[in-house]
Design a protein around this ligand. Structure first.
Ligand SMILES: [Zn+2]
Length: 222
């Protein structure tokens, strides 16, 4: 069986990939992908054989929580820098790690056969959430403050395209790419949804806007 504490130690020991020079959400997706793949490579798929969902969950939770925290921490730094440029004295918000997602991941892995690539893509998807969640919660908060928000999802399924399974463009992702000024519209358009192995870029820009408020609950754009 997989040893969760050993996994966490190994992750910490080997974590030489520093986030130095990463100052855009775009670059961070690739960084997060690298971390996810690194964790997946520390696992042996044979160790999953016969393991109950709860065992897998317990083993993966510490390292996944840590890696999510690392990635969302870098994302928080990017958002902090972006807000600082606005000079409004606003603080960035860190997202909350969702442990349920790891339980679901464990349930998906328990009692079935899968490839190392399948495992890698599932793990990576959860780590990239550290970027996407940061973008989403900050865009929501900034939008509520009356700031100008802009979300762009750019197609980039290179991770999958390199494999042999998908020889053509991913229509699922293409239908979720675009640009939005309203984060709620981006969410309902599926801009933040990913399939395992998806490497689409989700970028976020925040800016000042000419908003006035007649009363606090009624911001409008001029
Ligand atoms: Zn895709």
């Amino acid at each position: 069986m997989i040893d969760g504490n050993m996994l966490l130690t190994e992750y910490g020991r080997g974590r030489k990939i520093r986030a130095r020079g990463i100052d855009t959400f775009d670059d961070l997706v690739e960084f997060a992908d690298g971390i996810g793949r690194k964790i997946a490579r520390m696992l042996n798929i044979e160790d999953f054989a016969g393991a109950a969902p709860a065992e897998i969950e317990a083993a993966l939770l510490p390292v996944m929580r840590k890696a999510y925290g690392d990635v969302s921490g870098v994302a928080l730094g990017i958002q902090t820098a972006n807000l600082r440029k606005l000079g409004l004295g606003l603080s960035a918000i860190g997202p909350e790690f969702n442990a349920d997602a790891i339980r679901e991941l464990a349930e998906e892995l328990a009692g079935r056969e899968f490839t190392a690539e399948f495992l890698e893509n599932l793990i990576t998807k959860q780590i990239i959430k550290g970027v996407d969640d940061t973008v989403r919660v900050n865009a929501e908060a900034n939008s509520e403050m009356g700031l100008k928000t802009h979300i762009i999802r750019t197609y980039s399924d290179v991770g999958l395209m390199q494999g042999t399974k998908y020889a053509q463009d991913c229509e699922w992702c293409l239908s979720r790419c675009g640009e939005w000024d309203d984060v709620r519209e981006a969410i309902s358009a599926g801009a933040f949804e990913r399939h395992p192995g998806c490497l689409c870029r989700i970028e976020y820009a925040v800016g000042r806007t000419h908003t006035v408020s007649t009363n606090r609950s009624n911001w409008r754009r001029m």
